[in-house]
Design a protein around this ligand. Structure first.
Ligand SMILES: Nc1ncnc2c1ncn2[C@@H]1O[C@H](COP(=O)(O)OP(=O)(O)OP(=O)(O)O)[C@@H](O)[C@H]1O
Length: 230
């Protein structure tokens, strides 16, 4: 379970309030207008922004003062954050050991993760020799080997075409959600939420609303969601 207790995050003149609970092992889509604060929430949960007030609690541990690397969290962004001079396997290996001094069993874990995302045998390729979709798969494989309980996704597949994006969303569902991870995903596309999210939390005007079951939300959208959906 991930709990934001009276959390206030500030970026410049903008402030975001969150007093919500995200259930463990669920996929939650964060949707809402541009500038509403979705990325601010993920950056704050990741530990890259010191809260003005409030606490962040993950599985009963208060991580509010923990550095990003000490949090039980992996993050995946649109740019995939791959190092161009490292091979796909090395980029994945960073999820296990930042110094890349991998033991044999860790190298096997990397190879297995690459196979899980459909990149078996491509470990030696550098990112420039991979398509956009394949690069996204490398970044996802790194999240898999890191094996943290919470995964934050900030529009990671929005640069991909619709079919590739759906494939990646399905991988998130089958590899992360099925493994019991708590997944929070920012998206602008309600279809993404309907495809893989158990719950949807609306972020609107600097406030994170409580997550609601996806079907229920879209069957009977509250006024703020209706306004956003147009
Ligand atoms: N580094 C920063 N300094 C000052 N203001 C910032 C900074 N980063 C974001 N903001 C402001 O915070 C507000 C929320 O931005 P945020 O990126 O969280 O919104 P968002 O809901 O993710 O938007 P989008 O859907 O367009 O990505 C915006 O008004 C933005 O201009």
């Amino acid at each position: 379970m991930l709990r934001c207790e009276s959390l206030v995050l500030q970026q410049g003149a903008f402030s975001l309030r969150a007093d919500v609970v995200f259930a463990r092992g669920k996929v939650v889509a964060l949707i809402g207008p541009s500038g509403a604060g979705k990325s601010t929430l993920l950056v704050g949960l990741g530990g890259f922004l010191v809260p003005v007030t409030g606490r962040v609690i993950i599985d009963d541990v208060d991580v509010t003062d923990a550095a990003p690397g000490q949090r039980p969290i992996s993050m995946l962004f649109q740019d995939n954050n791959l190092f161009p001079h490292l091979s796909a396997a090395q980029n994945v290996g960073l999820g296990l050991r930042p110094d890349l001094r991998l033991r044999e069993e860790e190298k096997s874990q990397v190879a297995a993760a690459l196979a899980e995302v459909g990149l078996a045998g491509m470990g030696l390729r550098k990112p420039a020799a991979l398509s956009g979709g394949q690069q996204s798969r490398v970044a996802l494989a790194r999240v898999l080997v890191a094996n943290r309980p919470v995964v934050l996704l900030d529009e990671p597949f929005s640069a991909l075409g619709p079919a590739l994006k759906d494939e990646m969303l399905d991988l998130v569902k089958s590899k992360l959600a099925a493994a019991g991870k708590t997944v929070m995903m920012v998206t602008h596309d309600p279809a993404d939420a309907q495809r893989i999210a158990d719950m949807v939390a609306l972020v609107d005007a600097g406030e994170v609303h409580a997550p609601v079951a996806t079907d229920a939300l879209f069957d009977d959208p509250p006024a703020a969601l209706r306004a956003y959906l147009g």
